[in-house]
Write a new protein. Structure first.
Length: 588
């Protein structure tokens, strides 16, 4: 190796490239292309250089930046393109000194050629761009990456002008970031408020459920008691199932007759009101005729009509009624069971169960009260046992207990309570599921749920509704196509340069909302969308692309992800609940 190095140096000693590629620069003790975070590896110039990722390999320090790649990780050529052919090793291989400026998934020990860019921001340019005859002012504004002047190219230092313009843009971005962070605080406040409302709703529903459960138990007990009483009634029945006792028959006839009279009264009252309306209109016409006709015209018919109206108006009327009488008609016409109607069940309950049963129970009236109570309960229980064993007829088959008004009312109360309880339990489950749902970092996406943003691109108008769905619709008309329903979150590293207007993702980890199960493509899969979120002052869609058939990618800006920082799970950010996701830094 030493012989090869000596021959190489002898052949190239006069080369301007080697002369320019000095291991030191005029203003720094670091070799050309070395960033400050890697300076510690290049301090001992009087000792062999140790390859950064391969410490078992040592080379003379004079071979650093000699335009020949000696280290497998390229660390001996920080200022040349000699090792640019090295690409990707294992992405898990540790890289000492790597920081936020270090590109992801690079195999080389160094992230690139370091440009000081005095007056602007230091940056790394890829090794293959060093001395390639192109001025990379977007990364290396000081032109130091083209120090050899390949092809006669000389890159002037433009950092002062670029830095000045960048500062202007940075001020605009800073103001926009301030507004975005203010909007984010508003979203966080709204999200916390909505979460609190859900919790309060859960608390109120739990209390309501407890009350409904008690009410349901009471209504079930009441229904059982009403059914028991109805079954124990001993009213003889005919084939039709109607009671034939004298009181029962009288009640049935009376109820039917009262209903007939009530219907007739209601109809007559309506006819009266209609007739009053018509008479009032007619009187108004005749009054107008009397007041407006010209008596100078000798129209006998008109004069006769006017005279007849005057005679009619002069007669005393007896067809008037008072408001009290009218209110009486209203009360009489009310349905049975209402406040002023007849509650027939009260009379039915007093009907004798049967002549036989009445005779049995009448005997107990001669006994002492305690014995009456005991004997009454015993007889009722014994009778029910005899009915259950087929010894006595089951009167429910003839009297149809389920048709009893008392049973119907009791069952309706129980069914209504059960329905209200089921609805309350469903509401509680839905609210608890919503409370436990992952709404992103500190739950901030709760404030954006179902909020939609749209953008036209090509022949379509696209829509993204946060935590709901993504859609596509032709601009020339037609129905929406579902591009996926919300499923969850991921984190994706984005390696993009942020545009000058700040409308983009930038570089760093980004939250991804993924949507699946959309409408099927023709001869293809169900549509799906990955929505990558970047920091923005307003909710907006930056760009839509289709990476493969029916697999879409949306880049969306929102204030909700501004200032997103990486924290271990369980810790808190600004006093808020730590998100379940990973996190990223500001990118606006």
């Amino acid at each position: 190796m030493i012989l090869r190095q000596q021959v190489l140096l002898a052949l190239l000693s006069s080369s301007p490239l080697i002369q320019a590629a000095d291991t030191r620069t005029s203003d720094s003790s670091r070799p050309r292309g070395v960033g400050p975070e890697f300076a510690k590896f290049y301090k001992a110039t009087d000792k062999p250089f140790v390859c950064i990722s391969n410490p078992s390999i040592h080379i003379p320090f004079s071979q650093v930046n000699d335009d020949y790649c000696d280290c497998p990780d390229g660390s001996d050529e920080p200022g040349t393109a000699a090792c640019s052919y090295l690409h990707h090793f294992s992405p898990d291989q540790p890289r000492p000194g790597a920081n936020a400026l270090t590109p992801k998934n690079e195999s080389m020990a160094l992230p690139g050629f370091y440009c000081k860019n005095k007056g602007h921001i230091p940056a790394y340019v890829r090794f293959e761009n060093v001395n390639d005859g192109v001025c990379d002012y977007d990364v290396c504004c000081d032109g130091s990456d083209e120090y050899a002047g390949v092809g006669g190219v000389k890159c002037e230092d433009r950092c002062a002008a670029i830095g000045k313009e960048w500062k202007k843009q940075d001020e605009v971005r800073a103001k926009s970031m301030g507004r975005a962070m203010k909007k984010k605080k508003e979203l966080q406040f709204e999200a916390d408020k909505r979460k609190k409302e859900v919790q309060e709703k859960i608390d109120a529903t739990e209390i309501r459920i407890q009350g409904l459960e008690r009410k349901l138990g009471e209504s079930e007990e009441n229904l059982n008691e009403v059914e028991r009483k109805e079954k124990m009634r001993a009213v003889k029945s005919d084939v039709s199932g109607k009671g034939t006792g004298r009181l029962g028959l009288l009640l049935s006839l009376s109820r039917d007759r009262v209903q007939e009279l009530r219907d007739a009264l209601t109809k007559t009252r309506k006819m009266r009101d209609d007739m009053v309306t018509r008479v009032t209109e007619l009187e108004a016409l005749l009054t107008a005729l009397k007041e407006e006709y010209n008596p100078n015209f000798n129209d006998a018919g008109v004069k006769k009509a006017v005279q007849g109206w005057e005679d009619y108006a002069a007669r005393e009327s007896t067809d008037t009624w008072t408001n009290a009488e009218d209110r009486d008609l209203v009360e009489i016409a009310k349905e049975d069971g209402s406040d002023s109607g007849i509650n027939w069940s009260d009379f039915e309950a007093e009907e004798e169960e049967s002549s036989d049963a009445a005779a049995i129970y009448s005997l107990t009236s001669y006994l002492p009260p305690p014995l009456q109570s005991w004997l009454g309960g015993t007889i009722s229980s014994l009778r029910q046992i005899l009915i259950d064993n087929g010894i006595l007829p089951d009167i429910t088959k003839s009297t149809n207990v389920d048709d009893s008004p008392a049973v119907k009312n009791a069952r309706k109360t129980k069914d209504d309570t059960q329905r209200d309880l089921t609805n309350a339990q469903n509401d509680l489950k839905r609210d608890r599921d919503d409370l436990d749902k992952d709404y992103g970092p500190a739950g901030i996406f709760r404030a954006l749920k179902d909020t939609c943003v749209e953008k036209e691109s090509g022949e379509y108008k696209y829509s993204h509704c946060f935590m709901s769905k993504t859609t596509q619709q032709p601009k020339k008309g037609g129905g929406q196509t579902n591009m996926g329903n919300f499923k969850g979150y991921e984190v994706e590293y984005v390696d993009d340069d942020l545009p000058a207007d700040g409308k983009g993702l930038g570089r760093g980890d980004r939250i991804v909302m993924w949507y699946e199960g959309g409408q099927h493509c023709w001869s293809g899969p169900a549509r799906s969308t990955r929505v990558v979120l970047g920091c923005s002052e307003v909710d907006e869609i930056y760009k839509i692309s289709e990476s493969e058939k029916c697999v879409y990618r949306m880049e969306v800006g929102t204030p909700a992800v501004c200032g997103w920082v990486d924290q271990p799970e369980g810790e808190q950010v600004d006093g808020a609940e730590q998100p379940k996701l990973g996190t990223a830094k500001d990118e606006l």
